[in-house]
Design a protein around this ligand. Structure first.
Ligand SMILES: Cc1cc2nc3c(=O)[nH]c(=O)nc-3n(C[C@H](O)[C@H](O)[C@H](O)COP(=O)(O)OP(=O)(O)OC[C@H]3O[C@@H](n4cnc5c(N)ncnc54)[C@H](O)[C@@H]3O)c2cc1C
Length: 380
């Protein structure tokens, strides 16, 4: 039987996340955006409520929630600010490869760290030479006795300035492409590891983003997460799990666009009537609502599939690509509904438009999602 009804537990979770967003995120979102500042106290409060690291199983101190539960939280937090939300939920990107490929010791140690204290972890595939072509990464590892030594540079790493550890993808030989890629867990205090400057971004400015440099960084053998040849698959499986969350974030952002646009269109008058009475304004708002609801269905199906063992990377990519592209258009239309007022920081929609853009870029661009989808359809 098909059901679109959340369980009682999910309703309670949505209600808690929504209340948290209204009380803790919305009031500070504009200031954090302008100051390009991540509110660590908000992260701590969310951690105490169990709104972060939600997919960590109970045996490692987590709540053991499913991917759908995690995405439902993401939608609610994103309604308040996708910048704050991205940094709040980025641990999921770092802990998923540990959940998928980690040894029992690695799970106990590193998942345990995240559930015992409000700490951050980062996920590192992207490099200055390129992010889309993961198989082309150049950060090198070399086995030296009982340890691995890493050299290279990662960029655009979410929460790098705060992370206690990094999940790092590196290669034994770049010419081997995906066959040479391994994954490691690297502690932030490792000698030779240096975090670069916080990036001054267009949108999602409350989220921390920085480069990470590795110069002869020694990683103990027990921190090998995936051996050469298995790292690429682990990175792709991780994205399969986390891409529905981007659909959820897009949904939250679009719902905010709908609500802000409706409220404004009922107040603002032109030609002697509220602009909501103009059919062309109605059409823009109706399109926003269609996009929002369609993305909601897609991300929920993708997440439900993950929770129920239905393998469907293509649906994860549908949710990510459709959600990101529709969120961008929806935010552009929200600015249009606001007219000149949409173009200034006194109103919330210009931030929504800046924030939406990166949804089409990180965790695989919209073009890369289409490549994944077309290859899957054509069985290439
Ligand atoms: C705010 C932010 C946070 C991020 N957080 C992280 C993080 O935590 N960890 C991490 O590892 N990375 C992170 N990234 C990096 C992100 O995943 C990459 O920016 C993204 O994968 C694109 O890589 P690129 O920027 O190198 O673009 P490129 O790969 O250089 O692509 C440039 C353009 O070419 C297109 N293109 C490339 N190849 C193809 C192709 N085969 N077919 C069609 N078009 C193609 C792309 O779609 C894009 O439009 C983050 C980025 C941002 C902006």
């Amino acid at each position: 039987m098909l059901s679109f009804n959340p369980t009682e537990e999910q309703e309670a979770l949505i209600e808690m996340a929504s209340r948290f967003t209204k009380e803790r995120i919305i009031p500070i979102a504009a200031a954090c955006d302008q100051e390009s500042r991540f509110p660590e106290d908000v992260f701590k409060a969310a951690w105490e409520l169990g709104l972060v690291n939600s997919t960590v199983p109970e045996e490692y101190g987590g709540a053991g929630m499913g991917e759908l539960d995690n995405s439902l939280i993401a939608e609610q937090l994103a309604y308040g600010c996708t910048g704050i939300q991205t940094s709040m939920l980025a641990n999921t990107l770092a802990l998923t490869p540990i959940l998928l490929g980690g040894s029992e010791e690695q799970k106990k140690k590193y998942l345990g760290m995240l559930t015992e204290a409000p700490l951050f972890a980062s996920y590192c595939t992207t490099e200055p030479s390129g992010g889309s072509d993961v198989a082309g990464l150049k950060t090198r590892f070399e086995k030296q006795g009982d340890k691995y030594v890493l050299n290279g540079e990662k960029c655009w790493i979410t929460n790098a300035s705060f992370a206690s550890f990094f999940v790092v993808f590196a290669t034994s030989d770049p010419t081997m492409r995906h066959k040479g890629i391994a994954a490691f867990i690297v502690d932030k205090d490792s000698d030779g590891l240096r975090v670069g400057k916080h990036e001054d971004k267009m949108g999602q400015r409350a989220s921390d983003t920085a480069a990470v440099h590795f110069e002869n960084v020694a990683v103990p053998a027990e921190n090998l997460l995936a051996p050469a040849g298995a790292g690429f698959k682990l990175a792709m499986e991780t994205f399969n799990q986390t891409r529905p969350d981007i659909g959820a974030m897009a949904t939250g952002l679009m719902q905010r666009c709908v609500d802000e646009s409706l409220a404004y269109a009922k107040e603002r008058h032109s030609f002697g009537q509220a602009i909501i009475e103009h059919q062309m304004v109605q059409a823009m708002i109706a399109d926003m609502a269609i996009s929002c609801e369609a993305t909601r269905l897609l991300y929920q199906k993708a997440a439900w599939n993950l929770d129920n063992g239905v393998r469907s990377p293509i649906v994860s990519s549908y949710a990510k690509a459709f959600g990101a592209d529709r969120a961008m258009q929806t935010a552009i239309d929200a600015v249009q509904v606001f007219g000149g007022n949409g173009y200034v920081k006194d109103y919330p929609v210009e931030k929504l438009m800046r924030d939406a853009k990166v949804l089409q870029i990180y965790e695989g661009t919209s073009q890369i999602q289409r490549m994944v989808i077309a290859r899957s359809l054509a069985r290439l």
